[in-house]
Design a binder for this molecule. Structure first.
Ligand SMILES: C[S@@+](CC[C@H](N)C(=O)[O-])C[C@H]1O[C@@H](n2cnc3c(N)ncnc32)[C@H](O)[C@@H]1O
Length: 244
């Protein structure tokens, strides 16, 4: 049964409308509020709160998306945490996500409803069939390694076409060839499969050099930097746009 959250104890409104950089206290309050909009036990709520606060991809995404503006498409959105983070910071553009995990989509949509966020929708489905629409920004965070070689290649070329047409493409992914970090990332991926948190067979981490080469060959401009925060993973951030 749906229930409306009592948000009165938090100054929610000050984080809507014109963007103000939240303090660490605000960030913690936002992450707690988002986590408590999900059903499930303490483990899931703790995971969501911890992920929002510790994974730098959310703030990095927020900052790039605020600068770009427009609608956001999130491929392999999981629980839709990026959309919830954007909306809770007052982002006014439409957010659309898709993921194969049906329970994540239902849980994310319920959280959106409880938090009263407009223009946010999560769809269950394969990202290979998901329209990129006329997005200001397209995000692909930690999903490339789930895709077999040919599917990954097709997606990357679609993303390059979208970037050439004016979209900003944001990718964050573990990469091969980054020494011990790549080994730890691979081991963690085996664990997520073994624990059942994520189902699937393929583990196909891309090489950073190959990603850069493909987008440049397609006429795009690529900015890349490590984005692993305090984790031991080989996570890289790529910001791809049309070459002027
Ligand atoms: C590591 S999670 C990342 C979730 C989200 N992007 C984030 O950063 O919080 C990877 C997600 O990709 C989804 N996924 C894997 N292959 C997919 C596909 N072909 N189409 C849609 N989603 C997919 C999984 O279900 C999982 O939720």
């Amino acid at each position: 049964m749906n229930k409306t959250l009592n948000t009165s104890e938090f100054e929610w409104e000050k984080l809507r409308g014109p963007f103000v950089v939240p303090t660490q206290g605000d960030r913690e309050a936002l992450a707690t509020k988002i986590a408590s909009a999900f059903d499930g036990g303490r483990w899931l709520k703790g995971y969501i709160r911890g992920k929002l606060l510790a994974d730098p991809v959310f703030d990095e995404g927020l900052s790039a998306i605020l600068e770009k503006g427009g609608d956001v498409t999130d491929l392999g959105c999981g629980l839709g945490l990026l959309g919830l983070w954007l909306k809770s910071h007052g982002y006014g553009g439409k957010y659309r996500g898709c993921d194969l995990g049906g329970w994540k989509i239902s849980a994310g949509n319920l959280a959106v409803e409880r938090l009263g966020f407009a223009d946010s929708e999560l769809h269950e489905g394969d990202l290979a069939d998901f329209s990129l629409g006329n997005s200001g920004t397209i995000c692909a965070f930690d999903i490339l390694h789930y895709l077999p070689e040919e599917v990954q290649e097709v997606l990357l070329r679609r993303l390059a076409t979208a970037a050439r047409s004016g979209s900003l493409v944001l990718i964050r992914n573990g990469v091969r060839g980054c020494g011990w970090r790549s080994s730890v990332t691979l081991a963690e991926e085996w664990w997520t499969r073994a624990s059942g948190w994520i189902r699937g067979g393929t583990i196909n981490f891309p090489e950073l050099g190959r990603l850069r080469e493909l987008f440049e060959e397609e006429g795009c401009c690529v900015e890349a930097k490590p984005l692993w925060g305090k984790t031991p993973f080989s996570s890289y951030w790529l910001k791809i746009s049309a070459r002027n």
